[in-house]
Design a protein around this ligand. Structure first.
Ligand SMILES: CC(C)(COP(=O)(O)OP(=O)(O)OC[C@H]1O[C@@H](n2cnc3c(N)ncnc32)[C@H](O)[C@@H]1OP(=O)(O)O)[C@@H](O)C(=O)NCCC(=O)NCCS
Length: 339
């Protein structure tokens, strides 16, 4: 019997955008709130300052600003967008914020929904959106990574509050000819058994309902983290998954133009680069300016690198995200840019 072979489309990354909130809180500022110092934070993490949303700055607006920049760069009309995938752990509404972003964009033909995979969310969403484009069922998708962890950190816990910031980043993806594929390979992983090391859990508050029954009130406790466990997890899993990705795609680390990792800690970025003998100039980093913006770090960094001319059309980028879940992933990307 002769099998039918389906020709799958390629995926082109044709636009990017980003947005950050207006308030800037430096390490020195944080020293007024918790016992810490610029020197401690910089040495242990590489972070110098971060952007924190004011009460009126919501997630949907940040996501919308980044997505509309990506649409403009791609040269699309909002009505061209068929899918909006919003990677976030901090929606304005637990029912989902992507439809609000769709409304703000005027992307009336797009289906829009949220995807939650913490700091790995953007890569998970990128790969998920790519499946719709590969099969040809959709042609244009927006993938947004946006988070406001400032709303969920304990601002009196110096072990976590110094690490995080708020932001959003977006990419515009188009289906393209198979030989112009910009998603050359990917690997995604989860391990719930190790999830306790980084959580943003429901509060445990039981209230009486009727006749001896009870219910639990909704609400979340601030982020809890075992920093050393998370550090060890990232330092071990990120090089492994990148090695798998490079082997799977028969790619030599020396042929990479850029290493684009989740921006959590400069020491992790440097250690991964050293493991693959990648010169530090090829490691994209904006940690010093934003801290860890969760699902936003990778597209925010990509957008800055594209707009500053560092990332050029045709450049090969190895990317890896990691975070709560635990979850982690890697993707080999070729930036195309607008045609
Ligand atoms: C959080 C992290 C920076 C802490 O660095 P570390 O070298 O492991 O530091 P430790 O937690 O061992 O703490 C060392 C000391 O610094 C203190 N400390 C912790 N936070 C501090 C702060 N902000 N300022 C000053 N001192 C601090 C601790 O209390 C501890 O003091 P002690 O020795 O008197 O007990 C590091 O573990 C890390 O980056 N982990 C990964 C976190 C991450 O990336 N999370 C997100 C993943 S998506």
């Amino acid at each position: 019997m002769v099998g039918t072979s389906i020709k799958l489309n390629g995926i082109a990354l044709v636009g990017s955008g980003s947005a950050t909130p207006s308030q800037e809180i430096s390490n020195e500022h944080l020293g007024d709130r918790v016992e810490t110092s610029d020197e401690w934070i910089r040495t242990r993490t590489g972070i110098g300052t971060r952007r924190i949303s004011a009460p009126q700055e919501n997630l949907s607006n940040l996501a919308h600003r980044s997505a509309s920049e990506a649409i403009v760069m791609a040269g699309w009309d909002p009505a061209d967008v068929e899918l909006i995938l919003l990677a976030t752990s901090t929606p304005d509404d637990l029912f989902g914020s992507a439809p609000q972003v769709q409304a703000l964009l005027g992307a009336t033909n797009a289906v829009a929904f949220d995807l939650t995979a913490a700091c790995s969310g953007f890569l998970f969403a990128l790969v998920s959106a790519a499946q719709f484009l590969r099969t040809g069922s959709m042609k244009r998708a927006l993938v947004i990574g946006a988070d406001q962890l400032s709303r969920w950190v304990d601002w009196d816990d110096r072990g976590t509050c110094v690490l995080f910031g708020d932001g959003a980043g977006a990419v515009a993806l188009e289906s393209t000819a198979p030989d112009q594929d910009g998603l050359l390979g990917f690997k995604l992983k989860s391990d719930g058994r190790r999830g306790d090391s980084l959580t943003l859990r429901q509060i445990d508050e039981h209230l009486p309902l009727v006749d001896g029954s009870s219910h639990q009130r909704g609400g979340f406790s601030p982020i809890q983290m075992n920093g050393q466990e998370v550090f060890k997890f990232a330092a071990r899993e990120v090089p492994m998954i990148l090695q798998n990705l490079l082997s799977q795609t028969a790619t030599d680390a020396a042929s990479l133009d850029w290493l684009l990792l989740h921006q959590a800690n400069q020491r992790i970025l440097d250690a991964v680069a050293d493991r693959f003998a990648i010169p530090h100039e090829k490691v994209l980093s904006n940690l010093a300016n934003y801290g860890n913006t969760s699902a936003a770090t990778i597209p925010l960094m990509l957008d800055e690198a594209v707009r500053s001319g560092l990332v050029q059309p045709g450049h090969l980028i190895a990317s890896s995200g990691f975070g709560a879940g635990l979850s982690w992933g890697a993707a080999l990307l070729r930036w195309q840019g607008p045609s």
